[in-house]
Design a protein around this ligand. Structure first.
Ligand code: ARG
Length: 577
């Protein structure tokens, strides 16, 4: 099928022509917005402003008269079904039902594609846990939203590089290496099973704080690591491997793909980069540190090199942005971390602009910040005993609860003598894993990312709310409609366009919702607010199919419309299942 175009863009195009033909001597920006569904689908708001500025000169008595002229200027087209002009000057249009039906039927023909996206090379920096520390719920949002962002960008045709900027470098490795030596003397031969990395980190830190001798050795180990010493390097690699195995397990469960390019990767780039920045007068020495001052925060500079000569978070991110924009030639970089790091990234972006690596308008950089995950008490999400919640435990619990739901339902099916779908414990467990993980992911993705949200297993797994469970449920029902249709000898995917009718208000609303898919994608590419994709259709129980459907369940969404168009309204559609 031809790629889908944003509906609003198409309507705007018509009004652009109308304005040009009605008032050729006046230049103007077209003002078209989504209309109040009671009156129409879209509304042109130009007449009022135009009347104020040019009405008299052009000989119009009031905004309403100018609106009439806009209406008359609309070119011949098959998109608009009816036009209404209000005395205040609003021009409201309803899209033609025949046109809507035709557009919908086109979506049956092949893959759904979005038109007019110029392919960009995008780096998405997400997840990025820290070595030897467990991934916590804060990394959950980065991982989930990051993965979804990448999928959306790829869907829109961009070249996406998914980078995991893991915290795999820094002074803490001295104590970790020393502790590894102590706790697992033969770790060089066999990789230890560090079950609890958090505990390992804590124990190393305790040794570091309590024992001067240990501390001294740890400091030597840092120097050794930074100068590429053989033992320190291989110990560091082993520690990274242990961590890597833990987070890869989580990525596997979440279906997340990432390329690891941790902080250590940028280490060799930092000295020449700092030398260049110094030579260009962009960095200067202050209290023994090498600082990059950016205008946004006048008195706190970025530390290109710390006063102890070491490289920190700022140094690495300066090198990373240079590498991504200058070496990788990325057009766009998106960073996902909590909002607490926003000013750090804005300073990095400013520095990159001053250095000439980032050219606004040509390149784009975004910090996709997100809020905190809270417990029911609105405080940071913790376990009952007050510990940070580990991501693996959190996923396990979601799966566990999903399994409970499933087994109860199966029991109900058995007792009522109905058909049992998930017969064996293995099938039930597999379904629970899918359902539990999807519930966590979808719940996170549907939040406005900049807000904090309260973590709730109940709401995630609510079969009636806007949850993954409900989407699965709706999907299963849609599949059953497909099967029934087939049983009646109707192959929905092959129905001719003329069979598709959009008449009833609920059908119109659904058709618009589906056809506004590219509008939503366009908005997301602008503000990176993914929750716009998970706003459900509120028409009726049956069509609370979210806009995610066009992405995942392409053919079914059309079936849905088909069914609506045949049955007449949502309520009856429900009965016919
Ligand atoms: N490791 C950091 C953390 O856990 C996140 C890194 C984000 N990416 C970056 N380029 N700084 O907070």
């Amino acid at each position: 099928m031809a790629p889908m175009k944003p509906l609003i863009g198409q309507v705007k195009g018509l009004f652009e022509q109308a304005l040009r033909s009605a008032f050729p001597s006046v230049s103007h920006e077209v003002l078209v917005v989504k209309g109040n569904p009671k009156f129409g689908d879209y509304q042109c708001n130009n007449a009022m402003g135009l009347f104020k500025e040019h009405g008299k000169a052009l000989g119009f008595a009031n905004p309403g008269a100018m609106a009439e002229a806009i209406k008359a200027g609309l070119p011949q087209n098959d998109i608009i079904g009816s036009v209404v002009v209000s005395p205040q000057g609003f021009v409201t249009v309803k899209l033609s039902e025949v046109w809507l039906a035709k557009q919908l039927s086109c979506t049956l023909e092949g893959d759904i594609k979005i038109a007019d996206v110029s392919r960009k090379r995008v780096v998405v920096d997400f997840s990025s846990p820290n070595i030897a520390k467990d991934m916590h719920v804060g990394h959950l949002r980065s991982t989930i939203i990051g993965e979804s962002t990448c999928r959306i960008l790829e869907f829109c045709g961009h070249e996406v590089h998914r980078l995991n900027h893991v915290g795999d470098w820094g002074t803490q490795f001295g104590m970790l290496i020393e502790y590894m030596k102590e706790a697992f003397p033969n770790f060089q031969e066999s990789l230890p099973e560090v079950a609890d990395l958090q505990e390992f980190y804590k124990a190393a830190k305790k040794r570091f704080d309590d024992d001067e001798e240990f501390k001294r050795k740890a400091q030597i180990a840092v120097v050794d690591l930074q100068s590429g010493g053989e033992f320190a390097t291989s110990a560091w690699q082993k520690i990274c491997d242990v961590s890597r195995r833990a987070y890869q397990k989580i990525y596997g469960r979440l279906g997340v793909v990432l390329e690891e390019r941790g902080e250590s990767f940028y280490n060799p780039l930092i000295p020449p980069l700092v030398a260049e920045l110094k030579a260009r007068g962009l960095c200067k020495e202050s209290d023994g540190a090498i600082c990059f001052f950016v205008p946004r925060v006048a008195d706190i500079p970025l530390m290109a090199v710390k006063s102890d000569g070491g490289f920190g978070y700022d140094s690495t991110d300066l090198a990373a942005i240079y590498h991504r924009l200058f070496v990788m030639r990325a057009d766009w970089i998106v960073y996902l971390t909590d909002l607490g790091q926003e000013s750090h990234f804005h300073m990095i972006f400013d520095a990159a602009e001053q250095a000439g690596w980032h050219r606004p308008g040509v390149t784009r950089v975004d910090h996709m910040g997100f809020g905190v995950v809270q417990g029911e008490d609105k405080k940071k999400f913790k376990t009952r005993s007050g510990e940070t919640v580990k991501l693996s435990d959190l996923l396990d619990e979601a799966v566990e609860r999903a399994l409970q739901e499933i087994t109860e339902r199966v029991k109900g099916q058995e007792e009522s003598g109905g058909e049992v779908f998930l017969k064996t414990p293995k099938e039930q467990q597999d379904a629970a894993e899918k359902l539990g993980i999807a519930a966590v992911r979808y719940f996170d993705m549907k939040q406005n990312r900049t807000s904090n949200y309260v973590f709730s297993y109940e709401r995630m797994l609510d079969p009636k709310g806007n949850s993954a469970v409900f989407l699965f449920y709706a999907y299963a029902r849609i599949c059953s409609i497909l099967r029934r249709a087939q049983g009646l000898g109707v192959d929905v995917a092959k129905l001719p366009a003329s069979e598709l009718k959009v008449g009833h208000p609920s059908e119109r609303e659904l058709a618009l919702k589906l056809l506004r898919f590219p509008d939503v994608m366009e908005a997301i590419l602008g503000d990176l607010h993914l929750h716009q994709l998970s706003e459900p259709c509120k028409l009726c129980f049956s069509c609370a199919s979210s806009l995610l459907f066009p992405l995942r369940i392409k053919s079914c969404k059309v079936t849905f419309t088909q069914l609506h168009s045949r049955v007449g309204d949502g309520g009856k559609a429900r009965e016919c299942w």
